[in-house]
Write a protein that binds this ligand. Structure first.
Ligand SMILES: [Zn+2]
Ligand SMILES: [Zn+2]
Length: 541
């Protein structure tokens, strides 16, 4: 028996010796690099091609300097540093994850900034988090070495592999199974493929991000068809980590690997198939995880008191994965800048409520907790404005092909990526204001706006108030590539100045204009862009 096995292996080895000996381990495929250092950007930035400038002259005595890019970027640095504190503390899912110390420190810092700026009723409002929080303890994703893939082929660890939410501890610590590639995981891709008992590899194209990716839900589908585990292989720059529940598969062990690990994995699968040894290609998945319970998260709130108790809520979620430079340190930095700015303005007509929310990434839902804790907001809120992912420097596909990655070499653009504008009640007046974002403030948006508002606003729906925002999700959405450097000071300033204008205009307008729904007759009385991008009405206040 033993002799026969030995002979069989020898036979295979001899049979393959000639082609693989020339190419080396793993069919001569260069091994993937380690994980990109998550403290450093994946992309290159070139000072010679800096972001499009933001040129807004200051109006004397108006506190315009509080909305300067440099001032906002200082707060942005501080907010991202709370994530790095979490990384240094050894959190596995690190960042500003709701209910964790780094998140609570972010909320406390924000409330202190509100207080220092002179806002009233500044408070950290904690709330109990229903359910539990998934916390992976340790994990490993490996391609198992086999001389059938070339002499000296040793087991390779894909270092960017990141477990996806919900995966439970694998009995015995790990599992090893054959690999099956399923393309994009559509029914057409799966035709004739048996995934049961195997580890399925899905090619995920984040177009333009995991938020919009067509492969959402594929991992869960594969697990339901009997796959023992799933590896989502990202078509993206560098070798970054990603986390997104839409790529999880319940309790089964599912992972996302970054672009360079994904490329290596797919190269090897293809070459093994060409060499007729695909049936020998196996992966090992290891995962240990935990659920923590009895958690508390928090919102940070403060007001600028107006002449009426009617509210205008300005919200930004404070939580985020990894550095969360755009998602959502960008929105939170603009929120704090606007709070400082409005504390220095003449009292508004309506009371401005600034909310740094516990967010929607979980655990818990900050806006829903806020609405429950503040019954006075119901039917008494004029508008909810959400600041989310407001200044992400666009990452685009370049013009040269990558040698160790999928597709083209990605490049950083000099413009922020375009954001989708949403106004839930489709108020013509609000759309008119939003049309000034690109024209007067240089904010990149889509050319059409609609009623859809994804992101953090869900918890506010119970207020029966119109809600509005601009939002995008880019290449590094929910990835370790969403870093401090990816958010330009100029973009923060554009976003902040437009939102200051938006708040001022809404506050000064007849309430009926804000509440008016789609199709209501409307004639614009807004002037042209002024020296600060502001139009005539705001300077009259
Ligand atoms: Zn997010
Ligand atoms: Zn977000």
């Amino acid at each position: 028996m033993r002799v026969r096995t030995l002979l069989t292996s020898l036979g295979v080895a001899i049979g393959l010796a000639a082609p693989v000996a020339q190419s080396g381990p793993w069919f001569g495929t260069p091994l993937p690099p380690p994980l990109n250092d998550p403290r450093q950007p994946v992309m290159k930035y070139d000072d010679g091609f800096a972001p499009l400038p933001a040129a807004f002259p200051h109006r004397p005595g108006r506190g315009d300097e509080l909305l300067d890019g440099a001032a906002l970027k200082k707060d942005h640095r501080r907010i991202v540093d709370f994530s790095l504190e979490s990384l240094a503390a050894g959190d596995t899912v690190w960042g500003r994850r709701a209910a964790t110390p780094s998140f609570m420190h972010t909320i406390e810092w924000t409330v202190n900034a509100f207080k220092a700026a002179g806002l009233e009723n500044a408070a950290v409002e904690t709330y109990p988090v229903p359910g539990t929080m998934w916390v992976p303890q340790s994990w490993r994703v490996q391609l198992v070495g086999d001389t059938a893939f070339g002499a000296g082929t040793e087991t390779v660890t894909l270092q960017s592999a990141f477990p996806q939410p919900g995966g439970v501890t694998i009995p015995g610590g790990s599992l090893t199974a054959p690999v099956i590639f399923v393309g994009h995981g559509t029914d057409a891709d799966l035709a004739g493929r048996e995934v049961a008992g195997k580890i399925a590899v899905v090619h995920v194209r984040p177009e333009p991000s995991l938020f919009g990716s067509a492969e959402q839900g594929v991992a869960a589908k594969l697990a339901s068809k009997g796959a023992l585990g799933v590896v989502n292989a990202i078509e993206g720059p560098g070798n970054a980590q990603y986390i997104d529940p839409r790529f999880a598969c319940g309790k089964a062990p599912c992972f996302i690997v970054g672009g360079q690990d994904a490329w290596f994995l797919q190269q090897v699968i293809g070459k093994a198939a060409n060499a007729g040894v695909l049936d020998r290609l196996k992966m090992t998945l290891a995962l240990a995880s935990d659920e923590t319970s009895n958690l508390r998260a928090a919102n940070g709130v403060a007001i600028v008191r107006g002449q009426s108790a009617r509210r205008l809520i300005i919200n930004a979620h404070a939580d985020g994965y990894f550095q969360g430079g755009d998602d959502n340190a960008s929105g939170l930095a603009v929120l704090v800048g606007l709070a400082r700015y409005f504390a220095k303005q003449p009292p508004p007509k309506h009371t401005l409520m600034f909310v740094a929310s516990g967010g929607h990434h979980g655990p818990g839902n900050g806006p829903a907790a806020l609405v429950a804790a503040h019954p006075e907001l119901k039917d008494n809120t004029l508008l909810v404005i959400n600041l989310e992912h407001v200044a992400y420097l666009d990452v685009v596909r370049g013009k040269t092909r990558a040698a160790n990655n999928i597709g083209m070499v990605w490049e950083t653009s000099v413009t922020e990526s375009a954001k989708a504008v949403g106004v839930t009640n489709e108020s013509p007046f609000l759309f008119d204001l939003w049309s000034r974002a690109p024209r007067c403030f240089g904010v990149a948006t889509y050319q059409a706006a609609g009623p859809g508002v994804s992101g953090d606003l869900g918890g506010y729906r119970a207020l029966n108030a119109p809600m509005t925002q601009m939002i995008q999700s880019g290449t590094f959405y929910h990835a370790s590539g969403d870093v401090y450097e990816q958010v330009p000071a100029e973009g923060l300033e554009r976003a902040a100045r437009f939102h200051a204008y938006l708040v001022e205009q809404v506050d000064g307008a007849p309430e009926a204009l804000v509440a008016a729904g789609k199709g209501t007759p409307y004639t614009s009385s807004l002037g042209e862009c002024g020296s600060n991008g502001a139009v005539s009405r705001s300077s009259q206040r």
